[in-house]
Each structure stands twice: as structure tokens, then as C-alpha cells.
Design a protein around this ligand. Sequence first.
Ligand SMILES: Cc1cc2nc3c(=O)[nH]c(=O)nc-3n(C[C@H](O)[C@H](O)[C@H](O)COP(=O)(O)OP(=O)(O)OC[C@H]3O[C@@H](n4cnc5c(N)ncnc54)[C@H](O)[C@@H]3O)c2cc1C
Length: 507
Amino acid sequence: MVSSDKQPNFYDVIVVGGGNAALCAALTAREEGASVLLLERSPEDERGGNSSFTEGLMRFVYSGKDDIVALSPDLTPDELASDFGAYTEEKFFDDMARVTQNRTDPDLCEILVKQSNATMHWMRRQGVRFLPQFGRQAFKVGGKFTFWGGATLAAVGGGRGLVDQLYRAAEKAGVHIRYNAWVKDLIASDKGVTGVVATLDHVTQEIAAHGVVLACGGFEANAAWRARHLGPGWDLAKVRGSKYNCGDGLDMALRIGAQPAGHWSGCHAVGWERYADDFGSFATMDDYERDNYPFSIMVNSEGKRFLDEGADIRNYTYAKYGRIILQQPDQFAWQIFDSSVTHLLRPEYRARRVTKVVANSIEELADKLDDVNRETLLKTIKEYNASITRDVPFNPNVKDGRKAQGLAIPKSNWAVALENPPFEAYAVTCGITFTFGGLKVTTEAQVLDTSHRPIAGLFTAGEMLGGLFYFNYPGATGLTSGAVFGRVAGRSAAQAASAAKKVGNVA
Ligand SMILES: Cc1cc2nc3c(=O)[nH]c(=O)nc-3n(C[C@H](O)[C@H](O)[C@H](O)COP(=O)(O)OP(=O)(O)OC[C@H]3O[C@@H](n4cnc5c(N)ncnc54)[C@H](O)[C@@H]3O)c2cc1C
């Protein structure tokens, strides 16, 4: 870290933010020869934004086991016997198109998909180590792990491991890093963006640069902006990750005429422990996820099911179901599991901070769920149990086609009757992950203004980049997007700096 008295007051490139996208931008700008300052709003022990709250799971294109081994060379013979499948460019495109209802920006999506594999290798060269997510992205069938979701590798040490390694690489590469560095504004003129106004350790100052990369997250941690853009009730959502992503970067860019893009009323939001803290913290980050709902039925306070829990595998539904839970009366739901599937529940269901009810009969369960309409709940379970295609075997690894049919709301896969006690129920509410609304960019990650002209000196990446995600999101794409476009933005900003220096334009 550079102390304030030694810090120059201009750089080739300033990167605003300190998560995955910012670090990838800073490292790439350094590779291009630029002097780089990275400004992270949080204190050092909270650095890394949402990226540090992740599992470090990354979706990328790979053609089979050899590709996995190239990125994760230390697998044991047992691990190598796993079925890793393949994740082709076509599949990644299809997933992005399908879950975004064909709205994803095709040019940006192409960059994301086509550069995903090379970016993973670049991250590995920065020292990030990857391992397959046995257990979370694969279940054991016949003694062998079978991966199912296109999201196979995660950084060793999860999000914190990923972020720590990128910080180590950035320090080694000579990126100047300041913590407690809250960027409040852009310095902009007819020439474009030429720096930032930032409060560093409570002292507000101007720092000049030839290029600024905004990689400081969405507005998920700002209750007022959530209510304004996502709609009524969203102020009450729990924030899963960083409390620092309050929309500052979006705000300062919009103030100088940047063009909003993407799904500003959309976000990634999941079913989350009902009584979770209001913001994420490293102490509780592993405890609040409740992602095994495909094997449950979910009921609201009226005792009714309200979505198809088994519409698809978790990776393709979890990010949109938080919104539906938020829309239920009193904004909560119960996930109810039969004892025949509770061995499949992730470890967080056994964590300390969990709102859980166990019952030895359905009647006892209905008594214990005293915030749910008893009669309707009993009717819902009876009808559900009677509607299951029992001749189809249950298989957690594939969309097994074991349905609950003929109901107002079907369950398309993994329909397990609630008939083997003890039954377990878990209370969830909506946890917001990140917002989808961002800034319009060129394929070089340069921000456009509302006249559709590039703003000189301004680039963006990560959650702030608009146009990739709409309605929903294929799990594990956020880190990949941040890394891919962080690199694009870092390179573009360094090139802009180099061009500015050639014409003698000293910031
Ligand atoms: C609980 C959780 C689990 C997740 N799991 C995964 C996963 O496994 N895989 C995956 O791909 N995605 C996952 N995601 C999504 C992923 O975290 C994001 O898509 C991605 O990390 C965004 O990266 P980013 O760099 O854009 O933002 P962030 O990592 O949030 O970084 C933004 C940074 O900007 C800083 N900042 C904010 N305002 C300012 C300001 N005014 N001045 C200076 N700095 C500022 C913040 O402190 C922060 O460091 C998860 C998210 C959460 C919350």
C-alpha cells in the first residue's frame, strides 16, 4: 500500500473499486505499461466487495476433462475419475439467451463467452488456483461425481481466496492500492473524464488520470435506490454481500451524461435465511443460502405453493426466485423437505443461524408453522403428494422428469412426496445479490453517453456494465463477466492513456 504523502496526484489509469472486476482491470492496465491507482472504498479487512462473498465459482467454456486438468492440475486419481462433461460456446450462448429471454446484448455476450476460457488461464497466471466444486456442482452417482451445471471450477479459498490472490498479484505488479478511498465524483470536461474526486482517509482530494475504470458495483446495498428502481418492497430485501455497493459509480457516471443500459428494474435475488442480517458479513457468509429448494415444496403464509421449485436445476432458477419470494404476503416462504432427500441438503442447512422446524407428521408440521394457514397447507401437501409421477425415478443430477402434475402450479422435476417423517422446513425471505442495471458500453468497455457517443477516458466493468443480464442469470457468470470485461476495460484505459501521452496531453 502506498502512503498518502508518497502518492502522486496523477496516474495513467485510476480504477474505482476493489473487487474482481477492478483487480482484473488494474492488473491488465499494468500489463499494458500504465501507472495504475486502485481506490477501494472499504477498509482493508473488508476489501473485495461482493467478489469476496462468492464461492469463487466461475462459468467458462471447456471441452472436457483435459481443459479442467489444465486449470486444476493437482487432482487425485479418484477426482480425475469424475464426469466433468463439457461446456461448449453454444451451450453458454444458449444459457445466456434463454435465461435473459433473448435480451442479452449479443456483442457483449459474444465477448463474455469467447474470452471466458482464455481469461481463466490468465487468472491462473496471476496465481489464482482452481478446483472442481465436488458436492456443490456435482452429486455422486454410482460412486462417481457427475457435474451438471456448466459451473465446474471455483477459486481455491472461495471468493476471499480469489480476491486475496489478485491483490497479491496487483501489489507485486506495482498497482498502487488505497483503502478507505471513497470515490465521490468524476472530474469531467469537454475533453472527457480526467480524474476523480475521492475522500481518502477522510480527506477529500482530486486525483488526475488519462483513463478511469469504474468497477465499483451496482446499487444493491442502497435501500432507497432499490425501492426507486426495483420497486416497492425491495427496500426490505436482505443484502447478501458488500454494504459498500451503493450505486456511487452509476450515479457519478449518469451525472455526466452516461447512458443507462440493461435491466434497471431487475436484479439477482435468491431465497435467503428469513432472519439474516441486513448486510453480508464474513462471519455469516456461509450460513444463509437455502439453495436446495428444487427438492422441496415452497409454501407461503397462505399455505400455497407459488412457483415451480423444479423448473430447472438450481443454477438456472435460484437468481430469479428471490423476487418471487419477495412478492409473497409478508415476504417469506417455507421450504419443506421429506426425510428421503435431507441428506442432499448443503451444509449451510445445518448451520447455527437457521430458522428450522422439524416435525414427525404433516399435522405436527402444520401446527408448528404457525405463521402459515393450516387448512390450506394440509390441502396443498395432500394434493401435491397425490399428483406425483411415481413411476419416474428420482435423480438429483439431471432434470429427472419426476413431476407433480395437474396442479395450478406444477413441479416439473424432483417431485418427492412428503410422506416420510421427520419433515424439515426452513424459512426464507429475499436476499439480493446484485443489480442488473448498468452503463451502456462499446465492445471496448468504453462508456457511451446518452447521445450514443463514447465518453473519452471512461470505462466500466463488472456489475456496472449494463446489458448482459435480464430477468435471470446463469449461476457463476458474475465473476467471469467481471474478469473478462475488467481485462477489456483495463486494456482500453491503458491504451487511451498511451494515446493521450503521445499527443502530449498530460492529465
Ligand atoms: C453471497 C454472494 C455469492 C456469490 N457467488 C458467486 C459465485 O460463486 N460466482 C459468481 O460468478 N458470482 C457470484 N456472485 C456475484 C458476484 O459477486 C458479482 O457478480 C461480482 O463479484 C461482481 O464483481 P465486481 O467487481 O463488479 O463488484 P464487487 O466485487 O462488489 O466490487 C465492487 C467494489 O467497489 C467498491 N466500491 C463501491 N463504491 C465505491 C466508491 N464510491 N469508491 C470506491 N470503491 C467503491 C466496493 O467496496 C467493492 O470493493 C455472488 C455474490 C454474492 C453477494
